[in-house]
Design a protein around this ligand. Structure first.
Ligand SMILES: O=C(O)CCC(=O)C(=O)O
Ligand SMILES: [Fe+2]
Ligand SMILES: [Zn+2]
Length: 395
């Protein structure tokens, strides 16, 4: 430890650290014009006129120095278990907020970093804006991104944004190459494996353990609602689609749930408040969960739709509630399959459809395997990694 101008050394260090990690959000923004300690808080004023109030323990907890946040992993080291004794000395040091704590520790805060984290009286802004979900309008058509563009930063970003916003996006003009779906998925993150494998082939098979592996039509459904956490994102890459039939169908489960709430609030309430059983069984597995068809978040907005009639298990409900549950299910089923809500198109070889399996339902028309081949390759991804990828691309 040197005794010569420790402040100056720390200041230089601090600047460097502002380029890193938690402080990476070092964008343009207002400068600080004033900072004062007011009781157990620090009140700062930016030169755009905004003010922010930060409790002392919050500031101490967010100190970006190398002792409080690991300089390599960028993870927090400070543990906020002690109350702050004594007010810090508050000053502006070349535009940086400087707090000298009573115990001798010194913290520096970047003005823009602080501005982005202003604490509101109620509610909080999201840490980083991801595309907001947008319900499908009646004329909704999926965004299309060319395969060659997806391989560039800008195209991949467009693809990710459309997928997060609409819950569905179409990639096109891709190669007719085995495993192309795995290569594309690999750009985002590791494939999410299930009891059907990490990568699955959709075609009519001799001993199917799943309706998808036959030639029958598939009504709208979500995949694997019998899992506590069904896969978030499904990718289906079309390699062959010459058979008659086999058109793909999709519906925005959240938009239709909201439409159901409008026209039949009681049906909506029943589907949201009644857990039912989902279960898949074959030689090797027996995977089951009890959950409602429409799951709501803490604000009452749809968070997840579980809809798959093949693997809906025995309906175990109190006798008095059985008929009303079926009526609600029928209503939701009809609305989902209504042409006003359901879109339909044939996937072309070289196209890949990607969709949010916990929001958007998918299905297909029956096809006739005697008229030609139909072959899709599919996999799943976690939404966390899509969001991660978008944040990384936005850096
Ligand atoms: O054959 C299709 O188009 C879709 C099959 C399906 O539902 C699935 O693979 O999850
Ligand atoms: Fe499916
Ligand atoms: Zn510190």
């Amino acid at each position: 430890m040197t005794t010569a101008s420790p402040d100056r050394t720390q200041q230089t260090d601090t600047r460097q650290r502002f380029d890193m990690g938690e402080l990476a959000a070092y964008h343009d923004g207002p400068a600080l014009s004033d900072a004062v300690a007011t009781g157990a808080r620090v009140t700062v004023t930016w030169d755009d006129g905004t003010q922010g109030h930060f409790p002392l323990l919050w500031l101490r907890d967010h100190c970006p120095c190398a002792a409080c946040r690991h300089p390599l992993t960028r993870e927090r080291l400070y543990l906020p278990l002690e109350s702050i004794s004594g007010a810090p000395t508050v000053s502006l040091d070349d535009g940086i907020l400087r707090l000298a704590w009573a115990d001798g520790h010194v913290s520096h805060f970047d003005p823009v970093w602080l501005h982005q984290r202003r604490l509101e009286e109620a509610g909080m802004q999201q840490p980083q804006a991801l595309p907001a979900r947008r319900p499908w309008a009646s004329d909704f058509r999926p965004t299309r991104v060319r395969h060659a563009d997806f391989l560039e930063k800008q195209g991949e970003r467009e693809w990710l944004e459309a997928l997060l916003r609409d819950g569905l996006v179409l990639l096109e003009e891709g190669p007719l190459a085995d495993e192309e779906v795995s290569r594309l998925a690999g750009r985002i993150g590791p494939m999410r494996a299930t009891n059907f494998g990490a990568r699955f082939d959709v075609r009519s098979k001799p001993n199917p353990n799943n309706a998808a592996y036959t030639a029958i039509g598939l009504a709208l459904h979500t995949d694997l609602p019998n899992w506590r956490q069904p896969p978030d994102i499904q990718l289906l890459y079309c390699l062959q689609n010459e058979a008659e039939g086999g058109e793909s169908t999709f519906a925005d489960g959240f938009a239709v749930a909201e439409a159901l709430r409008d026209v039949d609030p009681e049906a909506f309430r029943i589907l949201a408040e009644t857990p039912i059983d989902f279960r898949f069984q074959d030689e090797a597995h027996d995977i089951a969960v009890r959950a409602p068809v429409i799951q709501l978040d803490a604000d009452g907005n749809p968070l997840e739709v579980r809809f798959n009639n093949w693997i809906r298990d025995t309906l175990r409900l109190p006798l008095a509630r059985v008929e009303a549950w079926y009526a609600a299910y029928q209503r939701f089923w009809q609305m989902l399959h209504d042409p006003r809500h359901q879109i339909e198109f044939a996937l072309e070889p070289g196209q890949m459809i990607a969709f949010d399996n916990r929001r958007v339902l998918h299905g297909r028309r029956a096809f006739d395997p005697n008229t030609g081949k139909r072959h899709l390759q599919g996999t799943y991804l976690d939404l966390d990694l899509l969001e991660s990828r978008l944040r990384v691309l936005a850096r």
